[in-house]
Design a protein around this ligand. Structure first.
Ligand code: ATP
Ligand code: MG
Length: 198
């Protein structure tokens, strides 16, 4: 029997409860065996605009955050592949490794609105069902099923949380508590992340 695998890609700089709440709700709503929080190696959309934490630091935060949560795991495939991270390559690799699995690509509204700018989006359409989760503060994307995607919408609690805001909080010494799981906050402190960001 093929498994049902969710792929939730991100920079996760840092991971926060908005990501985790979306992941567990998508998992339950679609009966996914697991959801992989896939840490991008070099996020091409973000390169050059700000200092991104190292991939290993971002992976460590995700691992800390999902530790002990059934059905969630941190993915290091894009880090191991190296170079720029393209989701089409990731899905192609997962499909080649386990052709019987059904793949579900989970994205928030902001990312869903930009999918047509992604590398080889025709391949993505073929390899995965798109799972769209709502995200407050961004515009609801247009109807993606009209563009040939297989789409599932999963309603999740509206959590107005972003990594951008959390980096500013960390810099200013404002609390991260309850916005980021405790183990991931510990990881931020231990590694001295965000403290000195300009
Ligand atoms: P940044 O502010 O640095 O862009 P982010 O909070 O948007 O960080 P990303 O790593 O860019 O986090 O996002 C990864 C995925 O998680 C994207 O698909 C994004 O839409 C989704 N996502 C992020 N935050 C939320 C949230 N609060 N609710 C629902 N989805 C979210
Ligand atoms: Mg983002």
């Amino acid at each position: 029997m093929g498994r049902r695998i969710g792929i939730f890609g991100g920079t996760f700089d840092p991971i926060h409860v908005g990501h985790l709440v979306a992941a567990v709700n998508a998992r339950q709503a679609l009966g996914l065996d697991r959801v992989v929080l896939m840490v991008s190696n070099v996020p091409w959309q973000k390169a050059g605009t700000r200092a991104v934490s190292t991939a290993e630091d971002r992976l460590a935060m995700v691992e800390a955050a999902v530790g002990g949560v059934p059905g969630l795991e941190a993915g290091r495939l894009e880090i191991d592949r190296g170079g720029e991270s393209y989701t089409a390559d990731t899905l192609a690799q997962l499909h080649a490794e386990s052709p019987g699995d059904a793949l579900f690509l989970i994205v928030g509204w902001d990312v869903a609105g930009e999918l047509d700018t992604w590398e080889r989006s025709d391949e993505l359409r073929r390899l995965a069902t798109l799972v769209v989760v709502n995200r407050p503060g961004v515009v609801r994307p247009r109807r993606l099923d009209e563009e040939g995607w297989r789409v599932e919408e999963v309603p999740v609690p509206n959590l107005e949380i972003s990594s951008t805001d959390l980096r500013a909080r960390a810099r200013d010494g404002r609390p991260l508590d309850y916005l980021i799981p405790r183990a991931a906050i510990r990881c931020i402190r231990d590694r001295g992340l965000y403290a000195g960001d300009g």
